[in-house]
Design a protein. Structure first.
Length: 179
């Protein structure tokens, strides 16, 4: 029956809706808001760890968990170690955690922050203009956006979460498994 529903959804052009209904959003991920329709994420520029301009285009073909945060944000500080562990657990060819600091304090403060919390696997991406956060519709920090391989928003979570928790891993694994 499930296969029939998914096949029907594909034929009717409703594949995104069918996939969204199947995404596991329980426990730690109950606050994860699935996009009604997967649309391309707005273009926005930020700076990579070498201070070179970049964008999400650099991650095409990967599932990306974009976390928008700031050094002054307490919930950001609390969730960052889980994001670092998630990158260690799932990071690779198919998936990456991309943390983009929305912080005018600059690179030195961002790198110091990441060092203080022991984040060793997360790139120190930075947007001192905070234009990426506005382009991506951020209303508060932290905001985490799950993006599929085609660069479309799967959904988002506003506020902190334990991203290395089994519930989060199930959600992320479901999107990684999509081809």
């Amino acid at each position: 029956m499930k296969r029939f529903l998914v096949m029907t959804a594909v034929v009717l052009g409703l594949a995104n809706t069918a996939m969204a209904a199947e995404l596991p959003r329980v426990g730690e991920m109950r606050k994860f808001s699935v996009s009604a329709e997967r649309k391309p994420v707005a273009p926005a520029e930020f700076h990579d760890p070498e201070d070179k301009p970049t964008s999400l285009d650099a991650y095409k073909g990967q599932v990306v968990l974009v976390n928008l945060w700031a050094t002054w944000c307490l919930p950001c500080r609390e969730e960052m170690p889980a994001l670092d562990r998630l990158q260690g657990l799932r990071g690779g060819r198919d998936f990456t955690v991309l943390t983009v600091a929305q912080d005018r304090a600059g690179r030195a403060k961002v790198e110091k922050f990441l060092g203080e919390i022991g984040a060793r696997r997360l790139p120190a991406a930075l947007d001192t203009s905070m234009k990426s956060g506005r382009a991506w519709g951020t209303v508060g920090l932290p905001t985490t956006i799950l993006i599929d391989r085609q660069g479309r928003e799967v959904g988002r979570l506003i506020g902190g979460a334990e991203w290395d928790h089994a519930d989060a891993l199930k959600l992320i694994d479901a999107v990684i498994a999509e081809k």
